[in-house]
Design a protein around this ligand. Structure first.
Ligand SMILES: Cc1cc2nc3c(=O)[nH]c(=O)nc-3n(C[C@H](O)[C@H](O)[C@H](O)COP(=O)(O)O)c2cc1C
Ligand code: SF4
Length: 444
């Protein structure tokens, strides 16, 4: 367990973004191997690997790859979700910046396996430099015959790759909203299975569509080059392989770390140089939408899907944020609530209205106007959003608040009772002196 660089193996190789250097380090070997196999055998290798989607939900990748119809009377498409909007997550950025060919290769393999005619990399608007690197990699791949017509001499294997820049909306990372945006529509989500067909049956332009995260395609490149069996031997029983974790917050060495699935949370924290500016108070392991864990809970968690879920949180997108004991959890949650309120697309009432209610209550608590039943009210509002919203953003807005109330109830009570932050030099015992709550947050 611990650091295991598969996708990151060549991260620090000089000029690895150049196709010749990439090829010298084994690049495009996975694609060459794939096109020598039956298309179904490629899907079967991904199945054998046990790879699960790295965009957040951990859905088995092979089920999607296998789910596209095998008749080809309408075109099939491949989409890469490079929107990376989850606060705390920045792994896809580094993959595209340094290892864009690994992504391009993975998307060509996916195109071959699903007999698709084209792929789209949907990149968030702020990621200008990563988008340039992907552009460069695509252009180089065309020149080498890895893209275009009759790829690698395979008659009829015609496949193009395009880039589409989003406008920087968190909601456009939700797969159905992403597809709406890609088609030039407003970035609202669409009706989901079982009320509507899966994207693999009717996705972009009502055509069968495969949609995966950047890291998922990069892992597929490794799997085809090294074999699904080799990948399946890594990690835990149900969480195979590696996961890139974006570590940020109060640590000495914030960075992306590729770890074997199942690595203890505390081991990663140590690798990231440990907590700075105080003692460990809390960790959000999988991006701002997952439940925060207390220092004591952190000692029990391994970084894999099952261990996180068993401890009441999620591995999510791997946006790992660590906080020292000078962090005000209520202020942190107020900022989180503000983010989701801002990003709600407004299509459905529970999320549009509920996220505003959450923020208003958090704001009044942290302005010193909290009321005794505000915590109960927050829980009630969250219960009206969670599971009742049109897409996952509603759940994502409710979970962190409920999680923080569960993990740190005394901090909410303190704010309401004493009208000031429970952390900082003047916190205990409370004095009439007014402390600016914003000053109690230690900058990362
Ligand atoms: C509000 C919301 C935002 C999302 N943002 C992203 C994102 O930025 N990147 C991503 O890969 N998946 C995101 N997802 C998950 C996608 O909908 C989808 O599950 C994922 O792209 C599938 O890829 P995977 O199977 O490789 O994980 C988001 C989901 C929701 C509900
Ligand atoms: S939950 Fe509703 S309002 Fe919120 S982003 Fe999704 S569709 Fe839009």
């Amino acid at each position: 367990m611990g650091i295991l660089n598969l996708l990151f193996a060549n991260r620090d190789v000089l000029n690895i973004e150049d196709i010749d250097v990439y090829e010298k380090h084994g690049g495009y070997a996975g694609l060459r191997k794939a096109v020598g196999m039956e298309r179904q055998a490629v899907v079967d290798d991904v199945k054998l690997s046990g790879l699960r989607g790295r965009g957040g939900a951990g859905f088995p990748t092979w089920i999607k790859w296998n789910g596209l119809p095998k008749n080809y009377d309408i075109p099939h498409y491949v989409i890469c979700n490079a929107d990376e909007g989850e606060p705390g997550t920045y792994k896809d950025r580094e993959l595209m910046l340094k290892l864009a060919h690994t992504l391009v290769e993975g998307m060509i393999i996916a195109g071959y396996a699903t007999s698709s005619i084209a792929g789209y990399v949907y990149i968030r608007g702020e990621y200008v430099e990563p988008a340039w690197q992907v552009r460069k990699a695509i252009d180089q791949a065309y020149k080498k015959g890895y893209l275009g017509k009759n790829i690698l001499g395979i008659e009829g294997f015609n496949y193009d790759l395009h880039i589409h820049l989003g406008a920087g909306s968190y909601e456009c990372g939700e797969e159905s909203a992403l597809m709406s945006s890609l088609m030039g529509e407003r970035g609202n989500p669409r009706l989901k299975f079982p009320h509507a067909p899966l994207p693999t049956v009717s996705g972009v332009w009502q055509s069968p569509t495969l949609i995966n995260n950047v890291e998922t395609y990069c892992a597929a490149t490794w799997i085809l080059a090294n074999g699904g069996e080799a990948y399946s031997k890594l990690g835990t029983e149900r969480s195979k392989g590696t996961k890139i974790i974006s570590v940020s917050g109060h640590v000495h060495k914030p960075a992306n770390y590729e770890i074997e699935m199942g690595t203890p949370l505390m081991e990663l924290l140590e690798t990231a140089g440990g907590i700075k500016g105080g003692k460990l108070k809390a960790v959000i392991p999988g991006g701002s939408s997952v439940q925060i864990m207390t220092a004591e809970q952190c000692t029990k968690i391994n970084l894999d899907y099952e261990s996180c879920a068993a401890n009441g949180t999620l591995l999510g997108s791997g946006g790992f944020m660590a906080f020292n004991d000078r962090t005000d959890i209520v202020l942190l949650m107020k900022r989180t609530a503000e983010f989701y309120m801002h990003e709600s697309c407004g299509k459905c009432t529970p999320c549009r209205e509920g996220t505003r209610w959450i923020f208003k209550i958090m704001d009044r608590i942290t302005s010193g106007n909290g009321q005794t039943d505000d915590v109960a009210l927050l829980l009630d509002v969250c219960s009206q959003i969670d599971g009742r919203s049109y897409c996952g953003l509603g759940d994502a807005a409710a979970w962190p608040i409920v999680g923080a109330i569960k993990a740190f109830p005394e901090e909410f009570d303190y704010w309401i009772k004493y009208k000031r932050s429970p952390v900082g030099k003047n916190a205990v015992p409370p004095t009439p002196e007014v402390v600016n709550p914003l000053l109690t947050l230690t900058p990362a």
